[in-house]
Design a binder for this molecule. Structure first.
Ligand code: NCD
Ligand code: ZN
Length: 357
């Protein structure tokens, strides 16, 4: 069996989570599962509906509501890049401790209908972010367009020139290319300066295009790609050196949005077992020969799962530790709350369990 049977690690940080509206039934189910996964710090995405988080007051009210669901988690808050955001809003955000501004290309994913068509109108906002040290979080896909030959399979690769253009224009801006899914994205992030990093999810370390084409619960944006892409992500995890860290993109949707009459909602719910899923994926990758067993060191795990993300966002190192143990958890078939049912990733399977030390 590759890997040790258990590891003692610093508490994890998950720098890309969707918790949905709070108070609300999905937030009530999802938020208490953060700690269960061994995570004590999360970067919270602002793509709420019917109204995204576009003001400092809304972000602080959202944070407060999340704290009422679990006050032991540190919530790093974000704004949704939108025409109502001005350089003054950015300065106010900095004073209020807001960590980032998320840009969704319009039409690329869940609740991106208020998103960005071009970055040009945001020049002064991006300049203010660069000055204030507010992070730009990028959903790195262009919207699908048959006319331009863009599908979910190349939407991320087509975004890379946009990323490079932003870096050229705003060289000091801190940028996260969120949920990298392709070898090209990994290479692009590696080639850019130290203020440009990437997050990697747990599920993209195991899923391929064939998995989501067969199972709606594996469908998300950006979608999982080829074996070569997955190998590049796995290697980026174990050789990160601070360039890549965990951002699960855990994205809960009620089962009716996944399996109803309309289009399937994009998003995989990984929150409660996120750290276990990463370890399971690394084990499977060693067995396949995608990564060397020796590359999965405690330092590499601690950096990717905890230290590098905190460092990038200027958060103190974890104060507590967790122990992760092979086979220590069984994923439930679904989580049910007030009128909602969410199917977690790898439902019914065994994964690594987490204990707080
Ligand atoms: C996310 C969601 O459901 O909010 N969905 C997803 O597939 N990842 C939005 C996003 O991050 O793209
Ligand atoms: Zn997301």
């Amino acid at each position: 069996m590759p890997l040790q049977d258990s590891y003692t690690l610093p508490a994890a940080a998950d720098m890309h989570v969707h918790l949905r509206n709070a108070p609300g039934p999905i937030a009530s189910l999802a938020t208490p599962t953060i700690r269960r996964a061994g995570i004590d710090t999360v970067f919270v995405m602002p793509n709420l509906a019917p109204r995204p988080v576009v003001s400092v007051a809304e972000a602080l009210a959202y944070k407060d509501a999340l704290q009422q669901l679990d006050s032991s988690v540190t919530y790093l808050m974000s704004l949704y890049l939108h025409e109502s955001i001005t350089p003054d809003v950015i300065r106010e955000a900095k004073r209020a401790g807001i960590a980032g501004v998320k840009a969704y290309p319009k039409g690329a994913t869940t609740n991106s209908q208020w998103g960005v068509v071009s970055f040009d109108p945001f020049h002064d906002v991006l300049k203010a972010m660069e000055e204030e040290g507010i992070v730009l979080n990028l959903h790195g896909e262009v919207p699908s367009s048959a006319a331009d030959g863009v599908t979910v399979m190349n939407a991320e690769i087509r975004f890379i020139p946009v990323l490079k253009g932003l870096v050229e224009k705003y060289p000091k801006l801190k940028i996260v290319l969120e949920h990298c899914t392709s070898a090209d994205a990994v290479e692009a992030v590696k080639a850019l300066g130290e203020n440009v990093v990437g997050t990697i999810t747990a599920h993209h370390l195991s899923l391929l295009v064939d998995d989501w084409s067969a199972n709606v619960h594996h469908y998300c944006k950006p979608s999982a790609k080829s074996p070569e892409d997955r190998r590049a992500l796995l290697n980026a995890v174990v050789t990160s050196n601070g360039k890549f860290f965990l951002g699960t993109d855990s994205a809960p949707h009620d089962i009716t949005s996944k399996k109803g009459k309309g289009n399937t909602a994009a998003g995989v719910f990984t929150q409660p077992y996120a750290i276990g899923y990463v370890l399971t994926a690394l084990e499977e990758a060693i067995t396949r020969g995608d990564i060397a067993e020796a590359s999965v060191t405690e330092d590499a795990l601690a950096g990717f799962l905890s230290g590098y993300g905190r460092q990038f966002y200027g958060v103190a190192p974890a104060a507590r530790q967790i122990r992760v143990t092979r086979g220590g958890a069984r994923v439930e078939e679904s989580l049910r709350g007030e009128g909602v049912e969410i199917v977690p990733f790898r439902a019914g399977e065994t994964t690594w369990g987490v204990e707080w030390l």
